[in-house]
Design a binder for this molecule. Structure first.
Ligand code: ADP
Ligand code: MG
Length: 677
């Protein structure tokens, strides 16, 4: 459709134009695509089918004259009793005393408004004598800004549909319309604004959901294509024999899932294309082991490798495990915010001279003055903690570098193919053998003493424990206060019998390292901490994770915390201390005790909190969709993805049926013109 200004519609003068353009509507296309966010429909249902707190419509017989109470001259309350479906329903209306004369005893009236199921009461906002026509229309309700009225917008849209709908062109190929039984675009627009029935409305929505997701997935596939075509020539010829030897020396055999992921990663390293891969796996599934082997492969190919992690604690820990796993002739250095002055300068010099093979660190790695001579491979751990921008900076540092993102936050499939739709995904969906599932208990605060004696008993047997303090949003000051209080309380309760340590974000880096070291070497048995222990920390002798006010955490975060234990041979426990008030909190606690599967939890989290809260929409790059909903429309998403892959891989834009789709997309994505020939 050619863009036409809405000014050509009747009734749109300068004032109306301004109101509409304030809402982002200036063209006919904008107008026709300004969809309602809900619909009113006065459908009469039997009383027992009415839903509490929803808007309902009731036909009833007036039993007696309404009673009006006045609070003052302007404020009043009218109460009327109606007989409906053999019951007596009370109708109330505020500040509309004049309506009294419309309710005549013995006559039928139709009222609609909010329903209170418990009191059999309706708060009337519309009423009408007699029964309503049985086929009353479904009325669109639009999201509005300023003082524009819903009825005004309905008028304008009615006009646009009446006069201009024929200019709308359908760009979806006919085969999709037929296969999925979608309405054509003109019909769908009409039905989404003014549905003939809820069935028609459903089909109209289905069409727009598919359309939106298809375009989005096409964009993702084009990004992928661009990425592959733009970066050829970085094939890494690594030494397979050395890699095999390293694997033989490990104290364990890789699981099948680890082997499969490793192969996918090594194939990427060897290919001329740049790797852009996400490695997913639950906490403790052995991602770091796989990453380390691949890192070594890259080093044997004569490249430098970078390993970026979100916290100093992790950087230190990973450095330890890399040194333990890799042969001694691999030179490893660590660069974090706390490495300063001379030491930093020295590392930067050695890096540029090519004397460092593996650089591990926090986002200190992506500062401007950090130059690799020959960066071939970047691994980014817990990638969702880094913003999209930081990810890109690292990419730009070594233009041809292969990149592996790792995440222990299981990402629901719908999110991973949207936020990371331009990436390849490897998944470790199998735990190393011999792990005992963590037992999870949910207890109330008043059981604290019993829990403490349980913890004490475990510690007497040589185990260690974490106690995580409640999360206080937007105030790390209070967070820390909490941790300090709890630390003192536990120290007093345990009366010097075990050593209690304290960890929080305000400690200096040296202090943090010291505390972690004391805990790792069992000089501290019980570690009180804020959520800084959430990611990656690995102390296999710790078997108890107690989380205070656990209902304040999201499921994925609880799962992360729980993943700190269950890393050794001994039975581990997770104790959730919470007295949740709401149903969601209770539901969360219940789910945590029922499953240890991170993917199940992630899906639940997504359902309970929505994608924005699970990842932070802006951070993660999860787009906001106009009609599609990632929780409910995952089938459509997969269909759209498969179609998009088919179109791009098989160059279907060359087919006649696809011409219009690609004309439409070319306008949207000028970026990709050159890819489409
Ligand atoms: P992740 O990074 O996924 O949390 P890690 O790679 O840190 O997992 O592995 C967790 C622990 O399990 C480490 O102590 C590691 O040495 C060990 N591990 C890794 N792979 C295996 C395996 N295949 N069999 C036994 N233990 C393993
Ligand atoms: Mg890890």
């Amino acid at each position: 459709m050619v863009d036409h200004s809405i000014q050509q519609l009747k009734g749109i003068g300068p004032k109306m134009y301004e109101k509409l353009s304030d809402m982002g509507i200036t063209t006919l296309e904008d107008l026709l695509y300004y969809f309602p966010n809900r619909y009113d429909h006065y459908e009469q249902k039997p009383l027992h089918e009415l839903v509490h707190e929803e808007k309902v419509t009731i036909v009833g017989q007036v039993i007696q004259e309404p009673i009006v109470q006045y609070y003052n001259r302007k404020r009043s309350r009218l109460t009327v009793s109606l007989r409906a479906d053999g019951a007596v329903v009370k109708g109330i209306m505020f500040n509309r005393a004049f309506a009294k004369n419309h309710f005549i005893p013995g006559e039928l009236v139709t009222v609609s408004g909010k329903w209170d199921q418990h009191r059999l009461q309706i708060t009337i906002d519309q009423y009408q004598k007699g029964t309503m026509e049985s086929n009353s229309p479904i009325t669109p309700i639009y999201p509005l800004k300023g003082d524009l009225k819903n009825s005004q917008l309905i008028k304008v849209i009615t006009q646009a549909i009446g006069n201009k709908l024929h200019t709308v062109d359908d760009f979806l190929p006919e085969q999709y319309i037929e296969n999925y039984r979608l309405p054509i675009r003109q019909e769908a627009i009409k039905q989404i604004h003014f549905p003939d029935s809820f069935t028609e409305l459903k089909h109209a929505k289905r069409r727009f959901i598919y359309e939106e997701l298809l375009i989005f997935q096409l964009k993702m596939q084009l990004f992928r294509k661009r990425n592959k075509e733009a970066t050829t020539g970085n094939a890494q010829q690594f030494d397979q024999e050395k890699v095999n030897n390293l694997m033989k020396q490990l104290p364990f055999v890789l699981t099948n899932a680890q082997l499969k992921s490793l192969k996918e990663i090594l194939d990427d390293l060897q290919s001329p294309y740049r790797m852009n891969r996400l490695l997913q796996g639950d906490v403790g599934s052995g991602k770091t082991a796989v990453a380390t082997i691949s890192l070594y492969a890259s080093v044997t190919a004569g490249k430098q490798a970078a390993f970026m992690v979100p916290t100093e604690i992790l950087a230190e820990q990973h450095e330890h495990s890399l040194r333990a796993m890799l042969p001694e002739d691999v030179s490893i250095a660590r660069l974090t915010g706390s490495v300063k002055g001379k030491k930093r300068k020295e590392i930067l010099q050695r890096l540029e001279a090519g004397e460092i093979d593996v650089l591990i660190g926090t986002h200190a790695l992506i500062q401007d003055d950090v130059h690799f001579t020959n960066l071939g491979y970047c691994i980014i751990d817990e990638q969702h903690r880094f913003g999209v921008n930081q990810r890109n900076t690292l990419k730009e540092k070594g233009i041809l570098a292969d990149i592996l993102f790792m995440t222990a936050t299981p990402i629901p499939r719908t999110l991973s193919i949207t936020a990371f739709g331009d990436m390849d995904v490897s998944k470790i969906d199998e735990m190393p053998k011999g792990r005992k599932p963590i037992e999870t208990y949910w207890v109330k605060h008043n059981m604290l003493n019993r829990i403490l004696s349980f913890i004490y008993k475990e510690m007497k047997n040589g185990s260690q424990a974490y106690v995580v303090c409640p999360l206080i949003e937007e105030s790390d000051k209070l967070d820390i206060q909490n941790a300090v209080d709890l630390y003192m309380q536990l120290q007093a309760a345990l009366d010097g019998k075990v050593k209690v340590g304290l960890m929080h974000g305000r400690l200096s880096n040296e202090e943090k390292e010291q505390v972690m070291e004391d805990f790792t070497s069992n000089r501290i048995q019980l570690l009180v901490s804020t959520t800084v222990v959430e990611v990656g920390v690995n102390v296999p002798n710790a078997t108890i994770m107690m989380i205070q006010d656990a209902d304040r955490f999201g499921l994925s975060q609880l799962h992360q915390l729980r993943g700190r234990v269950g890393r050794g041979e001994k039975q581990s426990y997770c104790i959730l201390v919470a007295d949740p008030k709401g149903d969601t909190g209770k539901e969360r606690m219940r789910i945590m005790t029922e499953t240890t599967d991170g993917f199940v939890l992630a899906e639940k989290d997504l359902e309970l909190r929505g994608p924005g809260d699970v990842f932070g929409v802006k951070q993660s790059g999860v787009p906001e969709f106009k009609v599609a909903d990632l929780v409910h429309d995952y089938r459509a998403l997969e269909t759209a993805r498969n179609d998009a892959i088919d179109i791009i891989v098989n160059k279907r834009w060359r087919e006649k049926e696809f011409t219009k789709l690609f004309d439409y997309i070319k306008e949207e994505f000028t970026l990709f013109h050159d890819l489409l020939n």
